[in-house]
Design a protein around this ligand. Structure first.
Ligand code: ATP
Ligand code: MG
Length: 423
């Protein structure tokens, strides 16, 4: 092969150094989510195309142009572009919402055929947290407070919260009318996408990413003026809970989100630290979706966070990832030493919870093995030669200090090492 094989455009390999950051941060996110009593589910990457078409909506960027859809023997299947639709589908499939409330989360890859650029990929990853069966606004507040806790724990400060309410379908109808009237008045200035959306989905125009549309969008009527009383009360309830919890936010009346299923609360955590890809975590309420997909009418709300943007933001805020290196590197030189070293490595892994033991593999002289030990970044080399073996002991050589090498009785190695590693 003359040319190196490449990944599919917009799909990334996550190599060990980056993966280490992901592992560290994913653990943090999981801990926070589970501290609120949410339980993990794992879902397929493929769904019947209908699941996304019906939930996300026909006239949305995702369904119109971003889905990876293919025919599988007469079935139209799609790689999931987001997780909420799959979660809802799973809940209906297994009857999870029958007279029950659910607090669920998942994490994994999502697929959208977008124009790849920094922070925007065709395979990306999301954490997804959803609560079904709660009318709110207490659960709305809880989900936002949960995300705020995450930023706080990790020292992520270049982030701010925007919230809005989209009301219910009935109140949105009046707003929709007002929007159509307004946009019709400036129709000659609308771009192609917006003109197409004018009849089918005028709210979507507010979500336009085209900079030339920004001024027109800024002059549009706002949903807040059309909100029904119950939604206004719900929104006030959310604001009061956020205020009490000390979570700062701005009400952004233009925030509509790019998916059709939202109702009432929508929110977005945005940052200025990542260029134009400014949304890190976003979500909202989707009270009509479960029924629309064939379940019983059940209120629900959730958020999704892009892992790539989250990791970048953590770094942009000065976040450090603890480096993971072996605790000990096991050097074995001479007749019969490798066999004993293998057994010893297992004993250490049995005896010291979480220890990272790196065995010297591929032989080599004492000098070569010590060099490898040094390069491994381990704190200690354990040195087993023929003489040590015959005496039932092993050399413990500190690699990152000038302390002397010690000789340790093999039977006591685990307990001595435990002390050294914790000290
Ligand atoms: P954007 O406005 O940036 O297109 P979105 O509104 O389409 O985002 P959602 O569908 O709400 O995004 O997904 C939630 C989160 O997933 C986003 O806030 C972002 O962090 C992440 N995300 C969405 N699309 C991508 C992508 N193509 N590449 C990387 N991350 C993404
Ligand atoms: Mg998008």
């Amino acid at each position: 092969m003359s040319k190196k094989p490449q990944t599919v455009r917009g799909m990334n390999d996550i190599l060990p150094e980056t993966a280490a950051s992901w592992q560290f941060l994913e653990k943090e996110v999981e801990n926070v989510i589970e501290a609120y009593g949410y339980r993990q589910v794992r879902l397929p990457l493929l769904e019947h195309t209908e699941v996304f078409r019906r939930s996300i909506g026909e006239v949305t960027d995702i369904v119109e142009k971003e889905m990876y859809t293919f025919d599988d023997d007469g079935d139209s299947l799609t790689l999931r572009p987001e997780a909420t639709a799959s979660m809802v589908r799973a809940g209906i499939t297994h009857g999870l919402f029958h007279n029950q409330k659910q607090k669920l989360w998942t994490v994994g890859p999502m697929f959208r055929r977008e124009r790849p650029q920094a922070g925007r990929y065709r395979q990306f990853h999301q954490f997804d947290v959803e609560a079904m069966g709660y009318e709110g606004p207490d659960v709305d507040a809880e989900l936002i407070i949960m995300s705020a806790r995450l930023w706080e724990r990790l020292g992520i400060d270049k982030i701010r919260l925007e919230i809005n309410s989209l009301g219910v379908p009935e109140s949105r109808a009046g707003y929709r009318e007002a929007l159509v009237e307004y946009f019709n008045g400036v129709k000659s200035q609308l771009d192609e996408d917006s003109i197409r959306r004018l009849d089918k989905n005028p709210l979507r125009i507010l979500d336009s990413k085209n900079p030339e549309m920004q001024d027109i969008v800024a002059g549009a009527p706002i949903m807040m003026d059309y909100l029904d009383e119950a939604s206004a009360e719900h929104f006030a309830g959310l604001r009061a809970l956020l205020d009490a919890a000390g979570v700062e936010y701005a009400v952004n009346p233009r925030l509509v989100r790019g998916l059709d299923y939202y109702s009432r609360t929508v929110f977005e955590w945005v940052t200025d630290a990542l260029g134009s890809q400014n949304a890190v975590c976003a979500g909202g309420r989707y009270d009509g979706l479960i029924e629309k997909l064939g379940g019983r009418s059940t209120p629900a709300i959730g958020w999704a966070m892009g892992v790539e943007r989250f990791v970048s933001l953590y770094e942009a805020c000065g976040g450090q990832v603890p480096t993971v290196m072996p605790d000990v590197y096991l050097v074995a030189v001479g007749e019969g030493t490798q066999e004993r070293a293998f057994a010893l490595a297992e004993e250490l892994r049995d005896g010291i919870e979480g220890i990272r033991v790196e065995m010297n593999l591929g032989g080599g002289s004492f000098k070569t093995q010590i060099k490898r030990a040094d390069k491994s970044a381990a704190n200690y080399a354990l040195i087993l030669g023929e003489q040590e073996l015959s005496e039932g002991c092993i050399g413990l050589k500190p690699l990152r200090s000038n302390d002397e090498q010690e000789s340790i009785v093999l039977d006591e190695l685990a307990s001595v090492l435990k002390g050294r590693l914790s000290g």
